[in-house]
Design a protein around this ligand. Structure first.
Ligand code: HEC
Length: 118
């Protein structure tokens, strides 16, 4: 039997890829929305969510769904916290997704040592 590399399958895959790219664009009409919201977190969690010394924990590269869930848990008082339960109250579910999307796409790692040694 001759192996048939089906052009239909290839076209379907390409269409699926295009469709998912389209969805991603539609979800964040303003590509900077997540980044702008995430900026409020970096004061404590470090530049791009890479914290210095792990306190508070680094959130760079954190799984998107895990972060969204944690933010909801903080907001709803399901997870005890010193700060985050207060901070999480200021956002909608949609904003949690934008923020989590942003951090999920940041490469994890510790903050680089600052130039100048301070
Ligand atoms: C004022 C400082 C501060 C700000 C601002 C802040 N955080 Fe936090 N974050 C903390 C602290 C401290 C903890 C540890 C839990 C606690 O005690 O509240 C924490 C914990 C977390 C955790 C849990 C991480 C883990 O691995 O358990 C997530 C997720 C998180 N923060 C996300 C965010 C996001 C997203 C924002 C911005 C919308 C944000 N934080 C803004 C201080 C802050």
């Amino acid at each position: 039997m001759k192996i048939n590399w089906s052009p239909v399958a290839t076209a379907t895959t390409a269409a699926a890829l295009l469709a998912s790219a389209g969805t991603a664009q539609a979800q964040s009409a303003n590509p900077n929305a997540g980044r702008a919201l995430a900026a409020t977190c970096t004061t404590c969690h470090g530049t791009d969510g890479r914290s210095v010394g792990g306190v508070p924990p680094s959130i760079a590269g954190m799984n998107r769904d895990v972060m969204v869930q944690q933010m909801k848990d903080f907001r709803d008082g399901k997870r005890p916290a010193t700060i985050m339960h207060q901070h999480a109250k200021g956002y909608t579910d949609a904003q949690f997704v934008l923020i989590a999307d942003y951090f999920a796409n940041v490469k994890p790692g510790s903050a680089p040592a600052r130039a100048g040694g301070y």
